[in-house]
Design a protein around this ligand. Structure first.
Ligand SMILES: Nc1ncnc2c1ncn2[C@@H]1O[C@H](COP(=O)(O)OP(=O)(O)O)[C@@H](O)[C@H]1O
Ligand SMILES: [Mg+2]
Length: 544
C-alpha cells in the first residue's frame, strides 16, 4: 500500500501514538516553556540592570535583579535537562513500541509480503525510518507547543507596555516560527524525498555487494559495482549540497528577520514608551526567538521525518494478503485435497494453477514431480494458507482450509522451504527453532534423522558451535539438512518438503529418505522434487 498523506495527516497519525505518554509530554512542554522564559528573562533582567545603572528604570534594586538572574540561570539549566530527558524518554519508549507494532504487523503480513521483492524496502522501514521518528517525537511535537506557549507569554509581557508593541512581537514570532519553516519545508520537500530514496538505493547496493561478493569476484565485476556505488554517492552528495544550501537560506533569512524585529521594536517602543521600558521591550524581543528559531531550523529535516512517518504508518495499516483465521476448528485427520483450484499470485496476470486437483492419502509419501516454475512450491504455500485460492478448495480431511484456525494449521505442518534461513546462534538453537523446549537428546535424534549428527560432531564446539554471520560457514547441503532436522524435531503429522535434497549428495540423501520411510507410518508427507531418484520412496507420484 502506498497511500500518501499530507504533512499534517502524518503528524496527526504519529501524535496519535503518544496517547499513553501524554502526561510525560505535558510535563516536557511545561518544563520547556518555563525553561525558555527563564532564559529570556536572564537577558531582560540584564536590560533592567543597565536601566538601573543609567538611572532610567528603578523598578527593582540591583541586588534584586542580580539574585533573580542567578535563580533564573540555575532553573534554566535544571528545566532544560528535565525537558530533554522527558522528550527522549517519550521518543525511545515510542520507538520501542512502534518496533513492536511493526513486528506484529509483519507477522500478519509475512509469508505473502516477504515472498515478493519488497524485502529491501521493509528493511529500510524497520531500520532507518523508525530511527528518524526519534526526531519527530523528541524534537518536533513539544518544541511546537513550547514555541506557541512561550511566544504567547512574551506577546503579553511586551504588550503590557503597549498593545502595539505586543502586536509587533506577535507578527515577528509568526514569521520566524511559521512562515519561514513552511516556505522552507515546501522548498526542501523535493530534495528531502530524493535524498531518502537515493540513500535507500545506496544501502541496497552496499548490501548486494556484501552478499554477492563471491559472484562479483568470480565474474570480475568489481569495477562495475564500484562505478554503481560511485554514481549513487555522487548523486547523494549533489542532493545533500542542495539541502545544505536550503538550510543556509533558512538560517540567513531567520537571522535577518530577528535583527529586523529588534530594530522595529526599538524604534516603535522609543516612540511609544519611556526609555527604561524601551530597553526592556527591545531586549525581550531580541532574546525571545529561541523557541521559534528552533522551529525554523526544524523545518530542514521535517520533510524526511514525515516521509519516514508516512511509510511507517502505511506499514502499520496495511492489510495482509491473506487474513489469518481464528476459529476453534483444528486440522482433522484424513486425506489432503486440492479440488479444482485456480490460483495466480496477487498483481500477476497469469494463473499458475488452472482447475487443478490433487488427492493425497493419509500416512503416505506423495511425490510431486515437475519442471522448475510449474507451481510445485505454490501448492505447498496454498496448503500452508500463505495464499488463498481464487477458485476451488484446499481441504484437510474434507475441512476447508479457510475455516481451520491458521495457527493450529501451521502447528500441524512441518514445512521445509527451498531456502533454509539460519540465525546467528548455535547450531542447536537453530534446530530448536522448531521446538523451543526440546531436550539435547531430542535435538540429537532429529539431527541423526537428517544425517546431520556426524557433521555437527566434527565442528569445534559440536552442538554449541555458533553459525557465523550470513551463514557462509555452512554449505548448501548442510543448511538444507538443518532445515530437515527442524522438521523432524517439530514432529507434526503433516510434513511438506520442498526440494529437500537438491543440494545433498546421494549418500546423505539415502539416509534422509530412509528416515522418511520410517516416519510415514503415522505421517502424511508431501515431497516436491524434480529429481526422479528422490521419488523412489514415494507411494504415489503426481506429475505436473
Ligand atoms: N510471490 C510470487 N509472486 C509472483 N509470482 C510468483 C511468486 N512466487 C512464485 N511465482 C511464480 O509462480 C510460478 C510458479 O512458482 P513455483 O511454485 O515456485 O514453481 P516451482 O514449481 O519451481 O516450485 C513461477 O513462474 C514463479 O515465477
Ligand atoms: Mg519451487
Amino acid at each position: 500500500m502506498n497511500k500518501s498523506r499530507s504533512g499534517s495527516q502524518v503528524m496527526l497519525g504519529l501524535i496519535g501514538m503518544i496517547r499513553p505518554l501524554i502526561t510525560v509530554m505535558l510535563v516536557a512542554i511545561f518544563m520547556g516553556c518555563i525553561g525558555n522564559l527563564m532564559a529570556i528573562f536572564i537577558t531582560v533582567l540584564g536590560g533592567m540592570g543597565i536601566g538601573n545603572v543609567l538611572g532610567i528604570d528603578r523598578t527593582m534594586s540591583l541586588t534584586t535583579i542580580f539574585v533573580l538572574a542567578i535563580i533564573c540561570a540555575v532553573l534554566r539549566g535544571i528545566l532544560r535537562y528535565a525537558e530533554q530527558a522527558s522528550n527522549h524518554y517519550i521518543a525511545f519508549k515510542l520507538l520501542a513500541s512502534i518496533r513492536h507494532q511493526i513486528f506484529s504487523a509483519l507477522r500478519k503480513l509475512a509469508p505473502a509480503k516477504l515472498d515478493g521483492k519488497e524485502k529491501g524496502n521493509l528493511i529500510s522501514i524497520i531500520t532507518s525510518d523508525i530511527e528518524l521518528l526519534e526526531v519527530f517525537y523528541a524534537h518536533t511535537i513539544s518544541p511546537i507547543a513550547i514555541a506557541v506557549l512561550t511566544s504567547i507569554v512574551m506577546v503579553i509581557f511586551i504588550g503590557r507596555y503597549h498593545w502595539l508593541l505586543g502586536a509587533i512581537a506577535l507578527f515577528f514570532y509568526i514569521i520566524v516560527g511559521a512562515v519561514i519553516p513552511i516556505i522552507n519545508s515546501k522548498a526542501g520537500q523535493k530534495y528531502g524525498q530524493k535524498y531518502r530514496k537515493l540513500y535507500g538505493n545506496l544501502n541496497t547496493t552496499v548490501l548486494d555487494n556484501l552478499y554477492g561478493l563471491d559472484e562479483i569476484l568470480q565474474y570480475g565485476k568489481e569495477n562495475d559495482r564500484k562505478e554503481k556505488m560511485d554514481k549513487f554517492t555522487d548523486e547523494l552528495e549533489e542532493v545533500n549540497d542542495k539541502l545544505k544550501q536550503q538550510e543556509g537560506r533558512q538560517r540567513v533569512s531567520t537571522d535577518i528577520v530577528i535583527l529586523l524585529a529588534g530594530v522595529v521594536m526599538l524604534l516603535a517602543s522609543a516612540a511609544l514608551v519611556p526609555a527604561g521600558e524601551t530597553i526592556i521591550c527591545t531586549i525581550a524581543m531580541m532574546s525571545s526567538f529561541g523557541p521559534t528559531g528552533a522551529l525554523s531550523a526544524l523545518s530542514n529535516n521535517l520533510n524526511q521525518t514525515l516521509a519516514s512517518g508516512n511509510r511507517v504508518l502505511n506499514l502499520l495499516e496495511e492489510e495482509p494478503v491473506v487474513a489469518e483465521v481464528e476459529s476453534n476448528v483444528s486440522v482433522p485427520k484424513g486425506e489432503l485435497k486440492l479440488s479444482d483450484v485456480t490460483f495466480g499470485y496477487p498483481n500477476a496476470e497469469k494463473n499458475i494453477l488452472e482447475n487443478f486437483s490433487l488427492q493425497i492419502e493419509e500416512n503416505t509419501i506423495h511425490g510431486i514431480l515437475g519442471e522448475s516454475g510449474c507451481g510445485k512450491s505454490t501448492i505447498l504455500k496454498l496448503l500452508m494458507r500463505f495464499y488463498e485460492t481464487k477458485e476451488g478448495q484446499v481441504l484437510f480431511g474434507n475441512q476447508n482450509v479457510n475455516e481451520i484456525d491458521t495457527k493450529q494449521l501451521r502447528k500441524q505442518i512441518a514445512y521445509v522451504t527451498q531456502e533454509t534461513f539460519l540465525f546467528e546462534d548455535t547450531i542447536e538453537n537453530n534446530i530448536k527453532i522448531a521446538k523451543a523446549d526440546a531436550t539435547r537428546e531430542e535435538v540429537i535424534e532429529a539431527a541423526k534423522k537428517a544425517s546431520l549428527h556426524e557433521f555437527i560432531l566434527s565442528l569445534p564446539l559440536g552442538y554449541d558451535t555458533k553459525l557465523a554471520e550470513l551463514g557462509d560457514s555452512v554449505s548448501g547441503g548442510e543448511r538444507q539438512r538443518i532445515g530437515i532436522a527442524r522438521a523432524f524435531l517439530h514432529d507434526a503429522p503433516i510434513i511438506l518438503l520442498d526440494e529437500p535434497t537438491s543440494n545433498i549428495d546421494s549418500l546423505n540423501e539415502g539416509i534422509i529418505l530412509k528416515t522418511l520411510l520410517e516416519e510415514k507410518e503415522n505421517k502424511t508427507i508431501i515431497l516436491v522434487s524434480h529429481r526422479k531418484s528422490t521419488m523412489s520412496i514415494a507411494d504415489k507420484v503426481s506429475r505436473m
